[in-house]
Ligand binder design. Structure first.
Ligand code: ARG
Length: 263
């Protein structure tokens, strides 16, 4: 795609030099630079407390750990950050279609995703759990033949497929929908990240979890279009934030203190 675009630029050099130049400067994205070269558009799926969620108490603003990192990086790079909220499963498509310049959504850089996107360094890691409201479900074997909820397009979908025998996998777009289905008993259990499960466990004493033994930790990274130099600029800023303790502070703020139910 990039090659095709370059060829187009060369073929119509005179007419398009400004547009092509802007595109290269801004890292190959069209969403931001076609309208305002100072705006950078981030795609996210704001159903993932405390990474990104809609703060209903504060004018429905999208806030969270990822958002604070993105804001800081954008500011350091001299961009104004704009956030586009969509279903998790649509994010990489939107990235490659140029509707967003990058993605931050607690997204794990898997081999399959790396075929279509370049990822930043990992800035946070977490583990996956099984959450249900049935205390008798305590191991993967207990889930045999059960209905397991997962977010569409997430690694949890793959974990459920690979690890649970004969399960009926129900893929839904939003995490709160899956929690709701568990509460009403339409789904038996779900695969969910421990950091995200924490809030729901604190809010509802009926819910229980068990760890998936043998499952590796999953990291979060920002995704960029392939060969986009924005990835390297982002990584430089991310590294500074890791070195100066900013990421650690934000993690403390969002995952330790704020992961309790809102007062
Ligand atoms: N870490 C998992 C993945 O990359 C789940 C991320 C879900 N993120 C979200 N904002 N809903 O597949």
């Amino acid at each position: 795609m990039k090659k095709g675009f370059l060829a187009l630029c060369l073929a119509s050099l005179a007419a398009f030099s400004v547009a092509c130049g802007a595109d290269v400067n801004e890292g190959g994205s069209s969403s931001a630079d076609s309208e305002d070269s100072n705006v950078i558009v981030m795609g996210t799926s704001a159903d993932y407390f405390p990474y990104e969620f809609v703060d209903t108490a504060n004018g429905d603003e999208i806030v969270g750990f990822d958002i604070d990192i993105a804001k800081q990086v954008a500011e350091n790079l001299g961009y104004e950050l704009k956030i586009e909220d969509m279903d998790f499963g649509s994010l990489l498509g939107a990235l490659n279609a140029g509707r967003v310049d990058f993605v931050m959504a607690g997204m794990t850089p898997t081999e399959e995703r790396k075929e279509n996107a370049d990822f930043s360094d990992i800035y946070f890691t977490a583990k996956n759990l099984i959450l249900s409201k049935d205390g008798s479900l305590q191991s993967l074997e207990d889930l045999k033949g059960k209905k397991i909820g997962v977010q569409l397009g997430s690694i949890q979908e793959g974990i459920a497929q690979d690890q649970i025998q004969d399960a009926e996998i129900v893929s839904l777009n939003k995490i709160p929908e899956i929690i709701q289905e568990i509460k009403t008993g339409r789904i038996d259990a779900m695969v969910i990240e421990d950091t995200v499960a924490k809030k729901y466990l604190a809010q509802d004493s009926e819910l229980t979890t068990f760890e998936i033994v043998d499952e590796e930790e999953a990291g979060s990274a920002a995704a960029f279009k392939k060969d986009d130099e924005l990835r390297d600029k982002f990584n430089d800023e991310l590294k500074k934030m890791m070195d100066n303790g900013d990421i650690e502070k934000l993690a403390q703020q969002w995952f330790e203190e704020e992961a309790e139910p809102a007062e």
